[in-house]
Design a protein around this ligand. Structure first.
Ligand SMILES: *[C@@H]1O[C@H](CO)[C@@H](O)[C@H](O)[C@H]1NC(C)=O
Ligand SMILES: *[C@@H]1O[C@H](CO)[C@@H](O)[C@H](O)[C@H]1NC(C)=O
Ligand SMILES: *[C@@H]1O[C@H](CO)[C@@H](O)[C@H](O)[C@H]1NC(C)=O
Ligand SMILES: *[C@@H]1O[C@H](CO)[C@@H](O)[C@H](O)[C@H]1NC(C)=O
Ligand SMILES: *[C@@H]1O[C@H](CO)[C@@H](O)[C@H](O)[C@H]1NC(C)=O
Ligand SMILES: *[C@@H]1O[C@H](CO)[C@@H](O)[C@H](O)[C@H]1NC(C)=O
Ligand SMILES: *[C@@H]1O[C@H](CO)[C@@H](O)[C@H](O)[C@H]1NC(C)=O
Ligand SMILES: *[C@@H]1O[C@H](CO)[C@@H](O)[C@H](O)[C@H]1NC(C)=O
Ligand SMILES: *[C@@H]1O[C@H](CO)[C@@H](O)[C@H](O)[C@H]1NC(C)=O
Ligand SMILES: [Zn+2]
Length: 511
């Protein structure tokens, strides 16, 4: 009925080569730039022309705008259309290690799974297919933009493979070329290689953009390296700079203060501080005055223990990220939910610690939704990402409002943030192109997703075999972390009466 009502409007307006999609009759979670808040439009429609949202309207209130001839009509009655989620911190190449570090620590990660121990373990094909499979995992869950701290730059071939997979995925990837000290590829060689990649710009015209990742801004930066890297960043006007920031006993600083001391915090380029564990009050003030963001990765920070003691205090300069998706959830929905409940707990405890009873709820579902969407766009200084609004990029997710987990919803934001699972993601569109349709990934390469799966599994099995042969890491008794702070065992829990943690012998079988 709705679509019939629209038929008279189907007139040609000269989009000869445009591709357009009209999602109609659903609930739209739209963004209002004037009020900086979400507007829910019932019986709403979203018109996509090429890569942009050109119209968002209620019922048949299309106004003067025309629906281009040949527009694909998608009936989203009883469904919720929302912006795609934004992951501001990930390492896509690690997909092949999946489930191997289910109860690891950050100390073991640095010695067994990270960019340095993995140097030499993956060839270019492993990087390519791991990155691609990781991006499809994210797309399947409704993540449409990723800032990838791409530390698979072990040589030119592995580096280019991860970039190519990002491009081939068709997703929106801010691919962060990582400058780091690895065995067979010096930072000087990386600087030359970066210039070549940035000059060739093979990602031009695709949703993939070039960014830079670097983890040695402080303490004790090598000034020549920093100058060269920041010089390239400004020369090529990269889309973002990102760094791992873990202060406190971790001593892996890269703090806002460090970048400010180098006089680079106030560049026109967005800088994203991943984790920002043990962020200081002075660092938070700098983030505000320079409009730079942190990427809170709740699950990672709890899994590994870098934690986020002050992150709830700086959420207006924060977005969400996943980090090492081989160890846990690869989706932003789970991160948003975990973080929302973690923040509630932190702030409730402050009241309870005074032996008082919390009389309100300190963080709303809507705030978690904005962290997962709009704030990711703000972190990247992209007003056109993470929102449904006229002129924004057409990066969209349609949630199945009739799924058993959602049935009965009235608040679409609460439905997604607190009730949905990624299995309820029905459609995904990036840059106006279908990436998931009726619960199936749309994969254009030969063999479709089945082909990706087969190639990925062959690579993953090989990597897992090699990884499993490496000796288990145990922190030396009486030893300390590179920061100089002493190791100490955390108390472990007892789930079983008596000894043991319930693991039999067959949990990890790498044949
Ligand atoms: C859209 O879908 C709803 C629910 O499935 C259905 O009742 C309605 O008739 C459909 N509208 C059109 C125009 O096909
Ligand atoms: C945004 O909100 C303002 C104030 O309520 C309103 O006037 C305006 O029409 C809204 N914009 C859109 C696109 O809905
Ligand atoms: C939705 O809007 C269309 C177009 O105005 C109208 O025909 C239809 O009755 C509306 N549906 C509901 C459920 O309000
Ligand atoms: C962690 O999990 C692995 C299986 O994934 C198991 O082999 C290992 O014993 C576990 N370690 C601890 C400390 O529970
Ligand atoms: C570095 O290159 C040498 C010589 O080609 C090779 O034997 C070695 O395995 C490489 N190391 C790594 C970590 O890739
Ligand atoms: C790079 O790493 C090697 C080996 O880990 C180390 O010996 C060397 O000092 C490092 N170089 C720089 C410039 O950090
Ligand atoms: C850049 O393009 C040139 C010419 O096509 C090619 O030879 C070179 O390999 C490319 N370099 C990179 C890093 O893509
Ligand atoms: C750099 O890129 C941004 C985003 O694309 C753009 O807004 C800005 O004008 C560019 N800056 C320069 C100096 O070219
Ligand atoms: C960064 O630049 C803005 C705009 O010029 C200015 O208001 C702010 O004080 C600067 N912050 C720092 C830390 O320099
Ligand atoms: Zn990370």
């Amino acid at each position: 009925m709705l679509l019939n009502a629209l038929l008279p409007l189907l007139v040609s307006v000269g989009y000869a080569t445009a591709s357009s999609i009209l999602f109609s009759g659903g609930t739209v979670i739209a963004f209002n730039y004037t009020t900086e808040s979400l507007d829910v439009i019932r019986n709403g429609s979203v018109l996509v022309v090429d890569d942009r949202i050109t119209s968002v309207f209620r019922g048949d209130e299309l106004g003067g705008q025309m629906i281009p001839e040949g527009t694909e009509q998608v009936n989203i009655t009883n469904k919720i259309i929302a912006p795609g989620m934004i992951d501001t911190h990930k390492h896509g190449w690690q997909t092949g290690f999946k489930t191997l570090a289910s109860n690891t620590s950050l100390v073991e990660y640095f010695n067994r799974y990270g960019e340095f121990p993995a140097d030499g373990l993956l060839n270019a094909d492993d990087v390519y297919i791991g990155q691609l499979a990781g991006i499809y995992e994210a797309l399947n869950s409704g993540v449409t933009t990723i800032l990838d701290h791409a530390h698979h730059s072990w040589d030119p071939a592995t580096t280019e493979a991860g970039l190519q997979a990002s491009i081939d995925s068709g997703s929106r990837i801010f691919w962060g070329y990582t400058f780091h000290n690895v065995t067979n590829f010096t930072i000087d060689e990386q600087l030359v290689h970066f210039r070549e990649l940035a000059t060739n710009a093979s990602y031009g015209g695709t949703p993939t953009e070039l960014a830079i990742a670097f983890d040695s801004f402080g303490p004790n930066p090598n000034l020549r390296q920093v100058d060269a890297i920041v010089g390239l960043a400004t020369e090529f006007n990269v889309s973002a700079i990102t760094t791992h920031s873990l202060q406190g006993p971790w001593g892996y600083e890269n703090s806002p203060e460090d970048l400010h001391a180098l006089n680079i915090l106030n560049l026109s380029i967005p800088i994203i501080f991943s984790h920002a564990s043990f962020l200081t009050a002075a660092g938070a003030t700098l983030l505000q005055s320079t409009n730079q963001f942190v990427s809170i990765t709740p699950e990672s920070e709890m899994h590994y223990g870098h934690t986020h003691p002050h992150s709830h205090l700086i959420q207006s300069q924060a977005a969400l990220g996943v980090d090492t998706h081989f160890t846990f959830s690869g989706d932003i929905l789970t991160q948003a939910r975990l973080w929302l409940q973690a923040v509630r707990k932190i702030l409730y405890i402050q009241v309870l610690d005074r032996w008082h009873v919390p009389a309100n709820n300190p963080m709303s579902a809507c705030q978690a939704f904005l962290l997962a969407t709009r704030n990711g766009g703000l972190a990247l200084r992209r007003n056109d990402l993470g929102v449904i609004a006229e002129g924004a990029k057409a990066d969209l997710v349609v949630w199945d409002g009739e799924a058993p987990s959602l049935l009965g919803w009235v608040d679409p934001v609460a439905a997604i943030i607190l009730h949905a699972s990624v299995g309820d993601v029905r459609h995904v569109v990036v840059d106006g192109k279908w990436k998931k349709r009726d619960f199936e990934l749309v994969v254009e390469s030969e063999g479709g997703y089945e082909g990706v799966k087969e190639r990925f599994l062959a690579s993953a099995r090989g990597l897992q075999r090699k990884l499993w042969e490496k000796p288990v890491f145990a922190a030396a008794e009486g030893g300390s972390f590179p920061s100089g702070y002493a190791f100490e065992d955390a108390v472990t829990v007892d789930i079983l009466r008596g000894d043991g943690d319930g693991y039999g012998s067959t949990f990890v079988e790498v044949g």
